[in-house]
Structures are given as C-alpha cells and as structure tokens.
Design a protein around this ligand. Structure first.
Ligand SMILES: C[S@@+](CC[C@H](N)C(=O)[O-])C[C@H]1O[C@@H](n2cnc3c(N)ncnc32)[C@H](O)[C@@H]1O
Length: 540
C-alpha cells in the first residue's frame, strides 16, 4: 500500500491530488483550471529521485504538478483571448512508458541511462522515478544478462563493443487483467541496438544468448512475467542516430498493442510512440470534443495515425486522411485499422508524404485539420498556407465549377508518389471530393517555444482566432533550456570543436484550438453626409 498525502485547494479551485510515495502510483489526474502553488504543495509533489542533478532527464525537483511554464502559458493564452486555459497535471511518477537509453561502461559495470547535460558521459539510472517501474526492472535484468554473457557496451571513441542503446516500451493493455491492474502490470518490449550490420555478424551469438536470457528470466514462464518481447536493431554508423534501418523480431509477441483515445493501437518499435501513454489518452479525449461528429479530418504529422483513427471512431468521421513522412509508421497504421469497429463508415487513408510539400493538397476537402509537429514546430510552407486559407478560398469560389482542380487529371509528381504509397480503409472507400477548406485547426504541440511563434504568426495573419487551449503535463520534471550540439558527428574526430545551440524543453504538451476568423463586414455608407462634430469640453 502506498501512503499518500492528499491535499486540496479549496474555494474556486477543484481538488488536486498528489502522492508523496514512490512509484508505482495510480493515475493522478488533477487540475482544471490552474492549481495554485505553495511550499507545501511543492514538497508533496517533489521528484525524490536519487539521480536528480547527475542525470539530465529531469531538471525540476519540486512542484512537479505545476511546472513554471504553466504560468507563462496561462499568461500567453490570456493575451490572445483565452481566459480559461486549463492544465492537467496527469501522473507525476512512473509516467514514462517509452525510454531510449544509452549503454556504456563495461560488461561487469554497465551504465544504462542518459547522458549528463552537455557531455557524452552516461549516468546509470536504476531508480529513475519517471520510468514506469517495470522499465527499471527490465533494465536490471538486462544488466545481469550483460554481465553473465560478457556483452561489451559500446565505446563511442573507438566505435567498438556490442550493445549501443536499448529502447524499453511498456504496454499497459492486457485485457486479461482488471482495468485498475493493467498499468501496474505493464509488459516491456525490449529493443537492443546491436553494433553490427545484421544477425549473422561476428557477435551474433551474444545477441542470441542475451535475448534468450531476458526471455527465460522475464518471459511468460518466469516467476514474474515482465518481458513482452525482444527485438534487435542493427546500427554501425558513427553518427549519433540511435537506430539503424534493420530490425529483427527475436522473441515474444510480435505485435505490441496499447489502448488510447478509445481504440487499440499497434506500435512497432521503429515508429513514433508517445512516452506518456496516460497523458496522451487524456489529451485525445479532450481533443474529441472539438471535432464535430461526421467531420472530414486531415491529420498532419500523423505518425501511425493514432489521432486520426481515434477521431474516426469516436466522432464517426466521414473521412480521415493521415500524412506522415516516416514510412516505417505505415505498418502500425495497417495493423491498427484492422482492429477498428467493422461498422465504421469512414474513408480512411494514410499517405507517406512530406506535409511541407504542397500542403494545400492535403487539407482541401477537410472540415478540421489536426497538426502534431515535432518539437521544431510547423514547416514554414504549411504555416503560410494555413495563413492564406481565406484568400485561397476566395480564389476557389471565384473559379467556375468546371475548372475545379478535382476534375483535372492529377499530374503533380509528389501527389502521385504519395498516392502510390497510401492505404485506403474503412467501409466508405472514396471520400466525397469537395473543395472546402477547414474551419477549425487543432494544434498539438510538444515544443512550447516553437508553438508560441507559430501561434503568433497564425493569429497575426487574421485567418484564425484562438478558441480554447489546454495544457497536459506530458513530461513532469523536465522543464529546462537544453544545449544541443549542432555537429554531432565531429565527436569522432580528434580536435573536437563543439557547437551548441539552446532549445527549451518543457514538460507541457499543448492542445490549442483555432477557428476561422469571421472577417468584419465593412459598414455600408449610409448616404448621410457627415457633418463636423464639435468637441465640447466636459464641465469641470
Ligand atoms: C510529435 S510526432 C506525432 C506523431 C503522431 N501524431 C502521434 O501522436 O503518434 C511528429 C511526427 O511527425 C512526423 N514528421 C516530421 N516531419 C514531417 C513532415 N514534414 N511531414 C510529415 N510528417 C512529418 C514524424 O515522423 C513524427 O512521426
């Protein structure tokens, strides 16, 4: 039983609960609207992690439920007319269900963790408080296996060793368990990033031995079933990119299922997955409210299409079009659609395409466009197109129906290429073509700094106005400005010159809803001639 200290903010604030105990803890759903902060709250909601300060993962020790950026966000949205910004503090510990960790050191003393800020020194983090507890348990099992089979951790300077990184992903979706038991009993998919070209390379026997060990000690026939599956990724490059292109499923279940936003989603180890599963689920349910039933939706920066597919199901959309540049995500999309309800009467498509190339072609015919870009924010061409939606619409209206672009044979090569790689699903096979442009834009952002710039730019175009904004504590404890090396490959040269730039990494994920701005009608001239008005000074 985990002792907890519950406290509440009386009066105009609803109850917020925080737990003092270590993870695992049940979901902590708080907020709405913003909770105040006091010194007792900050202590109760503190990280209590032994690795704080040595590990670069977390930078905020206290007040996890209310990161500093929340005040800034609330002020920002108020300036743009949103008075009721809300913040959901979500689960504060044990929230990370997906972690990529470097493996360094020696086989007797493997260091499995993150880099120290601004360095390439790996800090071991066996008791990380952000990790789902079963990730920490799987790391310990891996550490044992490394020792038993003399697996050599990677040496960055020499480019030698066997194991470079490990990705641990937890699925909390076991329907064999009662719902409250599922999170705690999450199973871990382990992906070992192996320093070789393929499974036939010289150190392949160690890979085999290590994965069998993990399965024997943590698989379904062990005392504590911890491991969902084991995968290998092969990477020999000298740059800092974690994964190579070659993946192999070694042991356990091949498919990895999670349940968010009302649907089962399949996530391959190679495709993008949210680290904070429960916070993402909260965001999706909030998002559903802003999409009218029966809408046509364009989901840009779609990954495996989780957002679009959850909307298709819950909002009974007439069409959903997902656009994603990483072709690896396609497989997960294909699996996910197989588990959607048969009754779905929606035209669903996924396109392998760059949203920044001719972005208009992706949003035309949609009522709602959802964008979920990486931390750097929207691609400039997409933002500019969204800003010119009113003028594009005007031009389209003035064209005669016979000259409509839909009736022309499509010749643009980037559209043709994306069509070749697209998947069509759902009962309704062809979307009803029309030339409408979206009335609503929903921006999901993991990059607060870039979001502010995009938001200011969208609003100053006078095409959009802000309707609502919500914040979610996706990465509790991580608010900071981070130094990023610009030329990572030079680390492997002798006379290293490090070049850095800073980016802000904030714990907040923003859901901002924009609606089309209704232009003010020009007043008609009344025909009455204006006569001069003499200003009369008010009597003192
Ligand atoms: C923050 S993730 C969101 C993924 C997805 N919406 C989800 O929640 O699972 C951003 C995604 O955008 C994709 N991406 C990046 N640049 C892109 C571009 N120019 N066009 C299309 N997709 C892009 C990335 O591959 C990544 O999958």
């Amino acid at each position: 039983m985990h002792s907890s200290s519950l406290f509440s903010f009386g009066g105009r604030y609803p109850i917020i609960t925080c737990r003092v105990s270590s993870p695992p803890s049940p979901p902590v759903v708080a907020s709405l609207p913003l909770p105040p902060s006091s010194s007792s709250d900050s202590l109760a909601c503190s990280l209590q992690c032994p690795h704080f300060q040595s590990c670069s993962g977390c930078t905020q020790e206290f007040n996890l439920h209310r990161p500093d950026v929340v005040d800034e966000a609330s002020g920002f949205f108020k300036r743009y007319g949103v008075e009721d910004f809300t913040f959901d503090s979500c689960r504060l510990w044990g929230w990370r269900c997906r972690a990529k960790l470097a493996v360094r050191g020696s086989s007797d003393n493997a260091l499995i963790g993150l880099y120290q800020e601004g360095t390439h020194t790996v800090v071991d983090i066996p008791e990380c408080k952000s990790h789902h507890p079963n990730i920490n348990a799987a790391i310990e099992l891996l550490r044992e296996g490394i020792k038993v089979f003399d697996v050599v951790p990677f040496d960055e300077d020499q480019g030698t060793g066997d194991l470079r990184y490990v990705q641990m992903a937890v699925t909390t979706h076991s329907t064999n368990l009662r719902a409250p038991e599922r999170y705690k009993n999450g199973k871990v998919q382990v992906s070992l990033v192996w320093n070789s070209r393929n499974e036939r390379s010289h150190n392949a026997d160690k890979l085999q031995a290590l994965s069998s060990y993990l399965w024997r000690k943590g698989g379904p026939n062990s005392k504590f079933h911890l491991i969902h599956s084991v995968w290998a990724n092969f990477q020999t490059s000298t740059n800092n990119i974690i994964f190579g292109n070659r993946w192999r499923h070694l042991l356990g279940e091949r498919d990895f299922w999670e349940h968010v936003g009302g649907i089962d989603i399949s996530l391959d180890p190679s495709s993008f997955g949210q680290a904070n599963t429960r916070a993402f689920d909260s965001l999706l349910w909030k998002l559903h409210k802003y999409v009218p039933g029966g809408s046509s939706v364009a989901d840009l920066y779609a990954g495996a299409g989780v957002i679009g597919l959850s909307l298709a199901t819950s909002r009974k959309c007439s069409s959903v079009k997902c656009i994603e540049v990483n072709k690896e995500a396609r497989l997960s999309f294909e699996k996910t659609i197989q588990r959607l309800p048969n009754s779905l009467n929606c035209s669903i498509s996924w396109h392998h395409a760059d949203a920044s190339v001719n972005p208009l072609s992706w949003i035309i015919g949609s009522d709602v466009v959802v964008v979920d870009p990486p931390r750097r924010g929207l691609d400039a061409s997409l933002r500019q197109m969204l800003e010119s939606v009113p003028s594009i619409e005007k031009r389209m209206r003035s064209k005669s129906p016979s000259s409509s672009s839909n009736e022309k044979e499509e010749k643009r090569p980037w559209i043709l290429r994306a069509k070749e790689l697209s998947i069509q699903a759902g009962n309704k096979l062809t979307p009803e073509e029309n030339n409408t442009l979206p009335q609503r834009l929903i921006y999901i952002s993991c990059g607060w700094e870039s979001f502010k710039e995009d938001c200011k730019s969208l609003l100053s175009s006078r095409a959009w106005e802000l309707e609502k904004a919500h914040g979610f504590n996706f990465f509790p404890g991580t608010d900071r400005y981070q130094f990023i090396e610009t030329f990572t490959c030079i680390l492997y040269c002798k006379n290293i010159i490090h070049a850095y730039f800073t980016i802000g990494v904030f714990s907040i994920e923003v859901l901002a809803v924009f609606k089309r701005r209704v232009p003010m009608k020009k007043k008609k001239k009344s025909g009455i001639r204006k006569v001069g008005i003499k200003k009369v000074r008010a009597p003192k």
